[in-house]
Design a protein around this ligand. Structure first.
Ligand code: ADP
Length: 449
């Protein structure tokens, strides 16, 4: 087992990882930027070190500083959380070079899955269904035009290095496509320093269904059911739930088997998520694999009873998985609302500031993963998500009722948050019916607070 784990992250996920470390009797080392001195993860950790100025590139992305702190503190492992360096293969390699365990897959698996075009090709070879499109990145516009004519419009052009919903553009016809490729290349170069783009069929109204997997170092891979993340705004998830209202146990098994095949194809270890698009005919297509823990992992924890972060820690320390496939049972329904410091009545404009009062909800089946406290400062420098409200219910209806009740209790004063948006959504007929797709929010009208 590890004795001391450095958490190379901030916010709610750093708090979440510290909690897991404590339950496993591991010491937790926090790091923070100058802007994050007075944050919860810093006060909760056993030790904390400032790693640089506010800008993420000088602090949370500063590999040399992180390694120096880990060595100084005597940490035997680094947990990268999500975002920041969590899917950086060079960082994973550097950790291992210094004898520090990187809590995640090896650098090669990260590299293969991190380049989306390479990942798709690897999956195709492993027999996992992929969205029809170009083999690898687009070299010549003529090839893209030919492919688009073959698969039919609309098509979507995506950055091979993309993430977070960035670097994607849809073309409705031949006329648009050449221009869209130019724009996407430029955007991808500016955002990711890699102008490689690829093309695939743009599915009309798919659902986003992703499968959680967990693998140990002996090559055992287990899937822990799916999450439905179809409630998205500009390709960014806002609400997630488990199980998916759109799939039955037969489809769950097939998607699970595809996710396990995907993981095995890259000799995966640790926690990972295989994302699929599901069309209305029950056909599913691999979209990408995230080689880290995800924001929405708690909904899986709530329906399986498995602590995914603790499992990440024990697996990285060399232990076998603590469960087998036949041990996994999906019990009831879980739902998560992302509470962002944004004003939904003003096009989700960021709303940083001081939290003057904070009363989180509680009671049976309610979980809040957050780093907020009364008097804390929400800075504009990082991710705007400040809390996750997760509920469990015996079925979907029960979970929705509990979510409404918990949202009503949740009071965050001093900043605007997405709570009013979630309250409206939980009453929306379409949402309540469970019959919606990733385009649902495009036509959804947000009422003023
Ligand atoms: P990112 O890595 O930036 O999150 P993804 O490839 O995971 O990007 O796609 C994010 C979202 O974009 C998906 O959940 C889906 O809503 C939409 N999307 C991506 N590819 C397609 C496609 N081929 N057809 C329709 N929608 C898509």
């Amino acid at each position: 087992m590890f004795k001391k784990v450095l958490i190379a992250n901030r916010g709610e996920i750093a708090v979440r990882i510290i909690r897991a470390c404590k339950e496993l009797d591991m010491k937790a080392v926090a790091v923070y930027s100058e802007a994050d001195k007075a944050t919860l993860h810093v006060s909760m950790a056993d030790e904390a070190y400032c790693i640089g100025p506010t800008a993420a590139k000088d602090s949370y992305l500063n590999v040399a500083r992180l390694i120096a702190v880990a060595l100084h503190a005597g940490a035997d492992a680094i947990h990268p959380g999500y975002g920041f360096l969590s899917e950086n293969a060079d960082f994973a390699e550097t950790c291992e070079d210094y004898g520090i365990a990187f809590i995640g897959p090896d650098a090669e698996a990260i590299r293969k899955m991190g380049d989306k075009a390479v990942a798709k090709e690897t999956m195709r070879q492993a027999g996992v269904p992929v969205v029809p499109g170009t083999d690898g990145i687009i070299d010549r516009v003529e090839d893209a035009l030919r492919m688009a004519a073959e698969i039919g419009y609309p098509v979507i052009v995506k950055a091979t290095a993309g993430g977070g919903g960035k670097g994607m553009r849809v073309a409705q016809d031949e006329k648009q496509l050449a221009e869209v490729i130019q724009q996407a290349r430029k955007e991808a170069d500016a955002a990711f320093g890699n102008s490689g783009v690829y093309l695939e069929k743009y599915l009309e109204g798919p659902r986003h269904v992703e499968v959680q997997i967990m693998a140990d170092q002996e090559g055992q891979v287990v899937y822990l059911g799916e999450r439905d993340c179809s409630i998205q705004r500009r390709h960014q998830k806002l609400v997630e739930e488990a199980p998916s209202p759109a799939i039955d146990s037969e489809l769950r098994e097939r998607m699970g088997a595809a996710a396990v095949a995907a993981a095995k194809a890259v000799h995966y270890r640790g926690a990972g998520t295989v994302e699929f698009l599901l069309d209305r005919y029950g056909r599913f297509y691999f979209m990408e694999m995230n080689t880290r823990i995800q924001v929405e992992h708690p909904v899986t924890e709530m329906v399986t009873g498995i602590d995914l972060i603790k499992e990440q820690l024990t697996v990285a320390a060399g232990c076998p998985l603590s469960f087998r496939q036949e041990d996994i049972r999906i019990n009831g329904w879980a739902m998560e609302c992302r509470i962002n410091a944004e004003n939904p009545a003003q096009d989700f404009m960021p709303s940083p500031g001081k939290v003057t009062a904070y009363t989180p909800p509680g009671g049976f089946g309610v979980r809040v993963d957050s780093s907020v406290y009364a008097g804390c400062q929400i800075t504009p420098f990082y991710d705007s998500m400040v809390a996750k409200l997760i509920v469990w219910g015996k079925d979907r209806q029960d979970a929705i009722r509990r979510m409404r009740r918990a949202l009503d209790e949740f009071a965050i004063d001093g900043i605007k948050t997405t709570i009013p948006f979630h309250r409206q959504l939980m009453e929306h007929e379409t949402f309540v019916s469970g019959d919606f797709d990733t385009k649902f929010l495009e036509t959804y009208e947000i009422l003023p607070d």
